[in-house]
Design a protein around this ligand. Structure first.
Ligand code: EPZ
Length: 424
């Protein structure tokens, strides 16, 4: 198993390019199932575990894939299965994204229920609701979603989401673009990754209006074609790198990102005392000597993203004062707290609210990753902790970050990747 060994106290300084976005890459890869003819060429696909897992799933279904230097080439002409197996879906919840495209293309699919993850049950009831509204018959048996379209083709309708859901919005889009008639999605997610998916589908020949708003109108078309496309940059990776500079009293410029996509995070950095400047495709941050405690509440876009909550908590252990952190999307997304406290932080949980007392001197020790963003949080804490921090089970980190330790090392961090054994 891999661990990262971080010798803390080094200042992060310099310029780095963000990678392509993981959370737009995954639905885009799923959407290639909608066009049987031609070869897709998708640029700026990050080379990280979730993309490799999703590609494994597509290959299992019969797609032909090549991936080199962040260019993904896919043909889904010769699919041979309509089933997404438990072994792959369990590894990555986003596999549920094949539900809409397979149902749309074949009128029948079987997708394993994804199960939960470290910070909650992660239900898929909204994905199922969407498909039923579009005319599918769903049965849940032996841990699988078995979906069949009565009459062969999904039929457009109005769907109002009771809560904002990135995944269910993505699945609804991919089911509706070739459904018969008009589909209207109310309270649709407006995360940049969904906007990117809409643009990708539009380029494939879909007819979507309201892109970037919470009401999407989709006119079903008969056929979509393979295209070439540039994925967007990863705003969460960029925010994580900005945190690395802020927590080490350093300075950084992250290129590629669209600052507007990080607006709520940049406002929080400014409130914490960081000097933030932006351009068309970069964000620069200079850390203050004295960080100010800053409350955040994670909510759907454009509010502060839940995927930056753990990273912000690490930063607030170094801020002067008490910071209150609430996650309105995943109330229990706090598995990183016990590990931060083992490093010397002083964080309490009261009524689903984390109360971070700072600043605290952190002292390196072994800490355990529990999920993707929790592992990023522990790496950030290790950068500022005295002595050496060993972040274990970094397969969590590798799911969602492309060469993050290389990027941080190029900016001045002292990080090495080593192997270790766990007690059985
Ligand atoms: C996406 O997950 C992201 N993953 C998550 O990022 C991110 O945390 C999340 O959106 C919220 O922004 C990908 O894009 C691959 P949701 P998703 O449906 O689509 C509830 C990371 O770190 N819900 O927007 O699964 C759900 O429990 C990952 O990169 C239902 O109740 O999230 C949550 O409370 C972690 N029923 C809320 O909606 C459903 O059917 C928002 O979830 C679906 C969701």
């Amino acid at each position: 198993m891999d661990k990262l060994v971080i010798r803390g106290g080094k200042r992060i300084s310099g310029t780095i390019a963000a990678s392509g976005s993981k959370n737009s890459a995954l639905p885009i890869i799923a959407a290639t199932l909608l066009a049987p003819d031609g070869i897709f060429e998708i640029n700026r696909i990050p080379d990280l575990q979730d993309v490799r897992t999703f590609s494994q799933l597509l290959v299992y279904l019969g797609a032909e894939i090549s991936f080199d230097d962040n260019l993904l080439r896919i043909s889904t002409a010769n699919l041979k299965s309509i089933e997404a197996p438990y072994e792959l879906v369990k590894k990555m919840r986003a596999s549920i994204y094949v539900l809409g495209p397979l149902l749309s293309r074949y009128g029948h699919t079987r997708v394993s229920l994804p199960g939960g993850c470290a910070f909650g049950p992660r239900p898929v009831d909204l994905h199922i609701m969407v498909m039923e509204k579009l005319g599918a018959e769903i049965t849940i048996e032996k841990g699988f979603i078995d979906a069949r379209v009565k009459g062969g083709r999904l039929r457009g309708t109005r769907i109002d989401f009771p809560i904002s859901s990135v995944g269910a919005t993505g699945n609804a889009l991919m089911a509706a673009v070739t459904a018969e008639g008009t589909t209207i999605l109310g309270n649709a997610a407006i995360e940049p990754e969904i906007e990117c998916l809409c643009n990708f589908l539009q380029k494939m020949g879909a007819n979507i209006s309201g892109i970037g708003t919470t009401t999407l109108v989709i006119e079903g078309v008969d056929k979509l074609q393979a295209v070439s496309f540039d994925n967007i940059f990863d705003r969460i990776e960029a925010g994580t790198l900005l945190c690395a500079a802020a927590i080490t009293k350093g300075e950084i410029t992250v290129t590629g990102v669209v600052p507007a996509q990080l607006d709520s995070v940049l406002k929080a950095f400014a409130e914490a005392g960081c000097q933030v400047t932006t351009g068309a495709d970069y964000v620069s941050l200079v850390a203050p000597d004295r960080l100010r405690a800053t409350d955040i509440t994670a909510r759907p876009y454009p509010c502060f993203p839940t995927d930056m909550q753990a990273q912000w908590m690490a930063l607030m252990t170094q801020a002067h004062g008490v910071s209150n952190i609430i996650d309105k999307i995943y109330h229990e997304r706090f598995n990183h707290i016990p590990e931060l406290n083992r490093l010397g932080a002083h964080i309490e949980i009261r009524d689903n609210q984390a109360i971070v007392h700072g600043p605290r001197t952190l002292t390196g020790t072994k800490v355990m990753s529990t999920d993707l963003r929790a592992s990023a949080c522990l790496v950030l804490a290790g950068l500022v902790a005295d002595e050496t921090t060993e972040v274990l089970r970094i397969y969590h980190l590798d799911r969602g970050y492309e060469k993050i330790e290389k990027k941080l090392t190029s900016l001045g961090a002292d990080i090495t990747r080593d192997k270790y054994q766990e007690f059985s």
